[in-house]
Design a protein around this ligand. Structure first.
Ligand SMILES: NC(=O)c1ccc[n+]([C@@H]2O[C@H](COP(=O)([O-])OP(=O)(O)OC[C@H]3O[C@@H](n4cnc5c(N)ncnc54)[C@H](O)[C@@H]3O)[C@@H](O)[C@H]2O)c1
Length: 274
């Protein structure tokens, strides 16, 4: 079912690696809602992912870009505005990778070259992208830019490692750049803090199944899945959220504001004491 929420709008979607990717669902829904999109992913995704297949399915041009390279982003923005025949109304940054997590380095024994790369890929890329868009004046007035975050930016989850720090930085960039882009061109910038979701990036975090199940039991609505996240992203790209900017928006079924759920209370009860 389509409500044509994005009719006539143009955008770039980063990070659709395979069918599980949050960005994959967002790309599909944006097109179903009437948008024209360009897909992008890291060049290595050509070997390990299925972005090409999505590009064909949605009839959306695919331009590879490594988010750590300024020239790749410049080439992407030029190519996308040319392919779409005009400036952009929305951009989804759905990119994350931790080198220390991948190498299984404990948080308190992090390698700083890896940490630097993690911040570069997962957070500084958001700033680099927005700076490129602004310098090229590639966004339309009242455009919308969204990055995907996780609650480890505010609360500690032992196995989320340096990605927690990367997400804090990502959310801070949304506030800081959001101010400047709002002033300059009424472009809004937000992060969506999503529930644990079974994807390649998500499942790379140690103990993922345990904290997926924990979050599901803690959240009054249960975990939000990738399809629901796509719906939230589309609403953030639509004209119905024009005055929302510089926010970190929790999309987590209520997890972030729940102290404890009755299910979890039950698991701690001591029958002998009752
Ligand atoms: N899965 C979860 O539990 C969860 C929860 C909250 C937030 N998020 C965030 O959602 C976003 C998308 O992740 P996902 O869960 O869909 O996993 P995913 O693995 O499908 O997506 C991550 C994407 O980042 C891309 N990427 C990595 N390095 C890159 C580079 N140098 N240049 C360009 N692209 C690069 C990958 O190719 C991939 O497409 C990430 O920011 C992630 O941190 C995920």
């Amino acid at each position: 079912m389509s409500n044509n929420l994005l009719k006539g709008k143009k955008g770039i979607i980063f990070g659709a690696l395979n069918e599980q990717s949050i960005a994959w669902k967002v790309a599909e829904l944006c097109v179903a809602e009437g948008a024209q999109i360009v897909l992008t992913n890291a060049p290595v995704a050509a070997k390990i992912g299925q972005t090409e297949a999505l590009s064909q399915k949605l009839n959306a041009p695919l331009i590879y870009a490594d988010v750590t390279k300024m020239e790749d982003l410049e080439n992407l923005v030029n190519g996308a505005t040319e392919a779409l025949g005009g400036n952009l109304d929305f951009v989804l940054h759905s990119v994350g990778m931790s080198l220390n997590i991948r190498k299984k380095n404990p948080y308190a024994d992090s390698n700083y070259d890896y940490m630097h790369q993690t911040f570069d890929i997962s957070a500084m890329s958001f700033h680099r992208l927005m700076q490129t868009l602004m310098k090229k004046d590639a966004m339309n007035e009242w455009g919308s830019i969204v990055g995907l975050s996780y609650i480890a930016a505010q609360r500690t989850f032992p196995d989320y490692g340096e990605m927690a720090d990367a997400k804090s930085l990502l959310e801070s960039f949304a506030r800081s750049f959001g101010y400047h882009y709002g002033k300059k061109k009424h472009v809004r910038v937000n992060t969506i803090s999503q529930s644990p979701t079974k994807t390649t990036a998500g499942s790379g975090v140690g103990g993922f199944d345990a904290f997926y199940n924990y979050a599901d039991k803690m959240s009054p609505l249960g975990n939000a899945n990738a399809e629901a996240c796509a719906q939230y992203c589309v609403s953030m790209f639509s004209d119905y959220t024009r005055m929302v900017t510089m926010q970190n928006l929790f999309h987590d079924g209520g997890f972030s504001f729940t102290g404890i759920s009755s299910e979890l209370m039950d698991s701690f009860r001591d029958p002998a004491a009752e």
